[in-house]
Design a protein around this ligand. Structure first.
Ligand code: FE
Length: 401
C-alpha cells in the first residue's frame, strides 16, 4: 500500500509538474498563470495550490521600497557610521514585511557594542571575519569566523572587535532592535569604518528602540567553550564554526545552525556547501522568505525574472511567491541561508540524511528528492520544474505494486 501511494503521489506530482511547466514557466508565460482554484483533474485530490507568482524584476545594489527580490554586491546597502564602526543595512521591514533586519557590522580593534538586551527582538550573529570578544548571558566567548550565536529576547550581550578586520552579520526578528544603528549613526558614503574615533551617544537609544544599554558588569575572566551541538529550545548559545546538526543531500552538506526550537519557529539558519553541481529545480514558496549569503566559491541563482551570480559577500533576498533556484558553480562553495518563518525546516529533513562528517563527501549518497515529492502537500513548496529523476531504488519500489 505504501508503494501504491508512493506511485500515486509521484503521478500526482507529475501533474503538478505538467501544470507548472504548462502555465507557470516563469517568466516566459506569466500571463498564462491559472486562476486560483480553477484547476481540477479527473476528480483526483487537488494538489495544485493557488499558484501566484510574482515576476518582479531583481533589483541590484539598492534596497527596494517593497517586498521584491534584490541582490546586493558585497559592501552595498545603506551604510551608517557610529564611532569607528560601520553598520551596513542589507534588509529592513520595508523589504521583509515584518519587524526584522539584516546588518553587517565592522569596526576598528577595540570598537564594540556595550552590554545590552532586547525585550522583544531575537538576534542571531554569524562571524564573517576577524576575532570578536562576545559577552553572552554572563559568559565570555572568543568568536572566530564561522561561529554562530543565538540571542533570544532578554539575553544580555555585548561585542568587541579584537582586530582590525572584524565583521559580524546580524539578523534580528520580532522587534526593532536593529534600528539602533540608524539611531546611533549617520549615513556614510565610505565603504569601510572610519578610523577617526568619535564619541558615541548611547542615550540616543531611547524608548522607541528595542535596545536597552546596561551597566557594564565585570567581564568573565576566561573564555567559555563554544558548543559542538546546539541545545534544544529558546536558549542563548554559541556554536563553533563547522558544528551544528549536519545532513547530506547528494553531494551537498547542510548544517542547521538555528532550528525552529531556537526561535519558536520565527526563523531557521543553515549552511550549505558542496562542489560544482547541477541546479536545484526552480521553485517558490507561499510564505517563506529566503535570505542567501555567499560565503565562499560562487553560486548561480535564479530569482524573480533572471539569473544572478553570487560571490563571497554578496546577498540575495528572495521574498515569498518568487521563483528561485541555486547552483554551485565553483568547488567548495558555501552559503549561509536565513529562512523566515521557520516552518520550512522539515523540507531539509526529507531531502537529507543525517551525516556525521563535517565536510561534503567524495562519494555522495542518493539525492532524496523522492521523499520531498512524497511530502509536497505538507511543505510550503511549489516546484516549477521537474527535479532530477528519483533514485533507482525508489523507482523500483514505486512500480512493484
Ligand atoms: Fe527555496
Amino acid at each position: 500500500m505504501a508503494n501504491k501511494s508512493a506511485l500515486q503521489l509521484r503521478f500526482l506530482s507529475d501533474i503538478n509538474f505538467e501544470i507548472a511547466l504548462r502555465y507557470a514557466k516563469v517568466p516566459d508565460r506569466p500571463a498564462a498563470l491559472p486562476r486560483p482554484g480553477a484547476i481540477k483533474f479527473l476528480g483526483l485530490p487537488r494538489r495544485i495550490r493557488k499558484l501566484e507568482t510574482r515576476v518582479h524584476p531583481v533589483y541590484t545594489n539598492e534596497l527596494p521600497q517593497q517586498q521584491a527580490p534584490y541582490k546586493l554586491d558585497a559592501g552595498e546597502g545603506a551604510r551608517y557610521v557610529f564611532g569607528n564602526q560601520l553598520a551596513t543595512n542589507i534588509a529592513a521591514p520595508s523589504q521583509l514585511k515584518q519587524d526584522a533586519g539584516g546588518w553587517l557590522l565592522t569596526g576598528a580593534k577595540g570598537a564594540g557594542f556595550p552590554l545590552h538586551r532586547h525585550a522583544r527582538t531575537h538576534e542571531a550573529l554569524f562571524v564573517i571575519a576577524g576575532a570578536v570578544n562576545l559577552g553572552l548571558a554572563g559568559e565570555s566567548f572568543l568568536l572566530t569566523p564561522g561561529d554562530y550565536v543565538n540571542i533570544p529576547p532578554g539575553t544580555q550581550h555585548s561585542y568587541e572587535f579584537l582586530d582590525h578586520h572584524g565583521k559580524l552579520l546580524s539578523w534580528t526578528f520580532g522587534g526593532n532592535a536593529a534600528d539602533a544603528y540608524g539611531a546611533l549613526g549617520t549615513r556614510y558614503a565610505g565603504t569601510i569604518y572610519s578610523e577617526e574615533s568619535e564619541w558615541i551617544d548611547w542615550s540616543r537609544l531611547d524608548d522607541c528602540v528595542d535596545t536597552e544599554v546596561l551597566a557594564a558588569s565585570a567581564a568573565a575572566p576566561t573564555y567559555s567553550p563554544k558548543l559542538t551541538s546546539a541545545p534544544r529550545g529558546m536558549l542563548a548559545f554559541v556554536l563553533a564554526s563547522g558544528e551544528g546538526e549536519r545532513m547530506i543531500a547528494g553531494d551537498q552538506l547542510y548544517t542547521i545552525l538555528g532550528n525552529q526550537t531556537h526561535s519558536s519557529g520565527v526563523f531557521i539558519s543553515l549552511l550549505t556547501e558542496g562542489p560544482i553541481g547541477p541546479a536545484i529545480p526552480k521553485h517558490q514558496h507561499e510564505k517563506v522568505t529566503e535570505l542567501f549569503h555567499c560565503l565562499n566559491g560562487r553560486m548561480k541563482m535564479f530569482a524573480g525574472d533572471r539569473y544572478v551570480t553570487l560571490e563571497p559577500g554578496d546577498f540575495l533576498h528572495v521574498p515569498p511567491r518568487t521563483p528561485h533556484s541555486f547552483q554551485l558553480t565553483k568547488h567548495d562553495t558555501r552559503f549561509l541561508g536565513f529562512i523566515t518563518p521557520g516552518h520550512f525546516e522539515p523540507f531539509f529533513r526529507y531531502l537529507c540524511e543525517p551525516f556525521k562528517g563535517h565536510r561534503y563527501p567524495l562519494i555522495p549518497p542518493a539525492f532524496r528528492f523522492d521523499r520531498v515529492i512524497q511530502h509536497l502537500a505538507e511543505l510550503d513548496l511549489t516546484l516549477l520544474e521537474r527535479p532530477a529523476g528519483p533514485p533507482p531504488q525508489f523507482a523500483a519500489a514505486a512500480t512493484k505494486d
